[in-house]
Design a protein around this ligand. Structure first.
Ligand code: SAM
Length: 161
């Protein structure tokens, strides 16, 4: 019964959430074709939620752990102000290649910097001035504790997919 109710609410929210851009639809289609793992990307509802969080909190700087093929990065970049920036970490060159191609095609892609390699290592270089930190992968506790120590002013937001 609870599961049924959750499904009804989920379907309702989905039906009343605007569709994403054609470019993002293409990205998801290509992601599925090449990787068979488009389910790893956040959905349109989570995307809208992240955009709301960014706008309500006046965030200008986002750090993302786990780019995959760039869907969530592009969704968040769209919500950032013109001078906003997003740094995203990905350790798979195959996934990063797809993401970079779509960042090029998007009007919001210039706000994004992709760092290839293990996030934990790359994060050492992130200065403690990041206002909001979004963690969008199945994070481990070591990663959370390192990030929290690294950046006291960061606000971690974890979405488990
Ligand atoms: C669930 S996917 C991210 C989905 C993406 N945020 C989106 O919504 O489109 C997780 C990604 O994290 C990457 N990843 C896992 N461990 C990592 C690490 N230690 N450093 C960098 N990337 C990592 C994986 O290769 C994978 O592409």
């Amino acid at each position: 019964m609870e599961a049924e109710m959750a499904k009804i609410v989920e379907d309702y929210v989905d039906a009343h959430t605007d569709n994403v851009s054609i470019l993002l639809e293409e990205l998801i289609a290509e992601t599925e074709k090449i990787t068979g793992r488009s389910r790893w990307s956040i959905g349109k509802v989570e995307g809208k939620l992240l955009q709301m969080l960014i706008k309500f909190s006046n965030t200008r700087r986002v750090v993302e752990v786990g780019t995959f093929t760039g869907y969530s990065a592009l969704v968040m970049a769209e919500a950032l102000p013109k001078d906003g920036t997003l740094t995203t970490f990905e350790n798979s060159p195959e996934f990063a290649e797809i993401a970079l191609r779509y960042f090029e095609k998007s009007p919001y892609g210039q706000k994004i910097q992709l760092k290839l390699g293990p996030a934990l290592q790359s994060l050492q270089a992130i200065p403690d001035e990041v206002k909001t930190l979004f963690l969008l992968m199945r994070i481990n506790l070591l990663m959370v504790s390192t990030l929290t120590k690294q950046c006291e002013s960061c606000v971690p937001v974890a979405l488990f997919s």
